[in-house]
Design a protein around this ligand. Sequence first.
Ligand SMILES: Cc1ncc(COP(=O)(O)O)c(C=O)c1O
Length: 365
Amino acid sequence: MLERYGHGGDLVTASDLFGITADQFVDFSSNMNPFGPPAAVFAVMESRWRELDRYPDPAVRGLRSKLAQRHGINVDNVLCGNGAAELIDLAIRALRPNGGVGLAVPCFGEYADAAEKYGGHIVRVPMLEDDSFRLSVERVMEAALGDNRPEIWMIGSPNNPTGMTVDRELILKLLDTEAFVVIDEAFLDFVPNEEAISLVQEAAKRPNLLVIRSMTKFYAIPGIRLGYAVGSADTIAKMRGLQTPWSVNSLAQWIGEAVLDDVEYEQRTRRWLTEERQWLSADLGKLGCKVFDSVTNYLLVKLPDECAIDAAQLQQLMGQRGVLIRDASHFAGLDGRFIRLAVKLREQNERLIEALSACLQVRRL
Ligand SMILES: Cc1ncc(COP(=O)(O)O)c(C=O)c1O
């Protein structure tokens, strides 16, 4: 299976499985901006490589201050990390849950992995297909106020793999229970009115809220590894105390600063996504798939009822054609009828539809 190491976008495993070189795949299994890295990334690599003989700034001052300015918060409220993945891990280590960690499932697998690695137990609140995988206030509050109430909640907004943001009012209600809430906004940059939705400014003010953001998806730099967390100065200091020194390397720091200036790239990305998500959803619908609403750059898709193969078999057939898709049955709460697809550029999306159309006609493997 493609998710051998727990995630999509694993082109080394894909090459092993399908005997095709990495650059021949079109990858819908990880959710990157299909425009590729902004021009500023190449400019930084060309102009600054001579400085790689120096240590990175251990306090990531330039990038933190730029992020603080962008969000209108204090620099002490920002911690940069080696991808959002490092910050999820650091958050759990800093918060040391003795009680449970509440998750709205299906969700990103690293929340449970990080919690269990450090001895937390998971309290799962299901999001149901009948509710279009929206988080129900009643169900969350029942868990949040029950006997087995979680000490920490980790919630994606937009959630992976379901693609919807979480109601701000719901988070504020959870914060009132005095649980600690971690909101993962890794994909929020793709949402046009993200500033109105983000809880970043709230997180800088509240002792029990932390927001985690990724820069790898929107700027298509997963190989660079870059994310940041926003929280109270106290939470940020605790996390920083546990972080490996120089965890954010020099290239990541320079690139992070440079891409934040590229307003044209931001606008182009959001314009493309609004149009292309609609086109792809409609074409998937024509194949008999059920497509769940998404505000971001991936779609949760249910295979047609009459389809004779499951997500794992479909992934295999598509992979042989050089098209990688995510088998969503690996997410707790989903089964072999579900796949997750990134939204890409029109030509790539057309290749996806063509391959899907051929594979969905297969009776049984
Ligand atoms: C919801 C979510 N959060 C965080 C991450 C980690 O992102 P990063 O590449 O910044 O470590 C991912 C990666 O797929 C993700 O899907």
